[in-house]
Design a protein around this ligand. Sequence first.
Ligand code: NAP
Ligand code: MG
Length: 404
Amino acid sequence: MPKFEKIPMKTPIVEMDGDEMARVMWKLVKKSLIEPYVDLRTEYYDLGLKHRDEANDKVRLEAAEAIKRLGVGVKCATITPNPERVKEYGLKAEWPSPNATIRKQLGGTIFRKPVIFKNVAPAIRSWKSPIVVARHAFGDIYDAQAISFDHDGKLTLSFSYDSSSVSSSREVEGPGVAEAKVNSLMSIEDFASACFEYALREKMNLWFAAKDTISKVYDAAFKRAFARLYEERYAESFHKAGIEYAYYLIDDAMSRAVRSEGGFVWAAKNYDGDVISDLVSAGFGSVALMTSELYSPRGWAEFEAAHGTVQRHYYSYLRGEKVSTNPTATIFAWSGARRMKAKLDSTPELQRFSDALELAVRKTVETDNVMTKDVAALAGISTFVTLEEFIAKTRQNLEALLNR
Ligand code: NAP
Ligand code: MG
């Protein structure tokens, strides 16, 4: 029996369960590292593919609504179905991505930050401090209209309002495909200000990268919003904080980033941010060391691990094999959510518990050299532990910290 009383929670967190190995880790992390210590209050939504299919996908929207009501959500990775998944799970439909729904409902910006362990050298050797990728959580190809056509013809993009309209057309060669993405200037402004605020709070330089030389309307609107906000609101406070804002063409930014020492916030449009965050997480080590935090301008927040459902490990696990899946980002997602809840509810003991749990993970890796396979490979250590062993060691470290 633990010698401490469970930490109470005043209001619940929205808990969104998911799929495959991520779901297995979710349950383990909760059972071993949270529930014995916290009187956990959550409002549970099962976003697992099977349940989404049974519920005709309504649960996606219900979860998003719950976050608006309760302020903070924590989400497990979920499968975004493709035709193979439709067959594998016998789905009624190729349901859309739950993440895209939640991002669209909440708006705001996703900040992806690597967890850096001192004994794990980044794959990109010049990187010394975290690169936080700020991804605009709205619009782009995630909310696009697309068509395919069989013949040569005229393609028209048009917008109409009351009796007025704007449009642009050109002749195209068929057969072909076309896609129209959309964004809102208000959302772009919110995105830019979220990035400036984050950079200021964390005292990190801010980059925004896009391709306005080619995308003279769409990307140019982003570039203008950043430039204007900076001049009007942030130039002085950035100067005082000793940090800088810079705009780069995205291809230039790619090569600068790889040669840099890190230590900046890299703001990107929705799709660019999706791609860059995988590059950055692989560059720092493992995708399992990357967390993802969505902050909406209306004060709501959602926390998750940046990796997916780890399908390959799940199939090994189902065959009864021992797997060495890394739960770090899952643990940090939960602690991020609890920390935010602690701030909203003024429950500092919940904050202290989250700090202790993160420190326990650090001790496991940095002091005890106990690592899952992905991290051991980066640290140049030939021995590694299973998921269960990693969690058991972390629990031991946590108990030692809590009993101190
Ligand atoms: P993934 O689940 O991130 O896994 C890709 C590979 O990265 C794994 O096979 C594994 O490499 C490594 N990896 C990821 N997480 C790890 C962890 N915690 N510990 C150790 N290694 C880890 O990506 P995916 O295989 O492309 O996608 C699988 C499913 O996840 C898809 O159905 C996709 O829709 C979904 N997905 C969901 C989200 C989300 O909900 N946020 C995000 C991305 C993808 P090794 O096999 O080499 O060990
Ligand atoms: Mg991605």
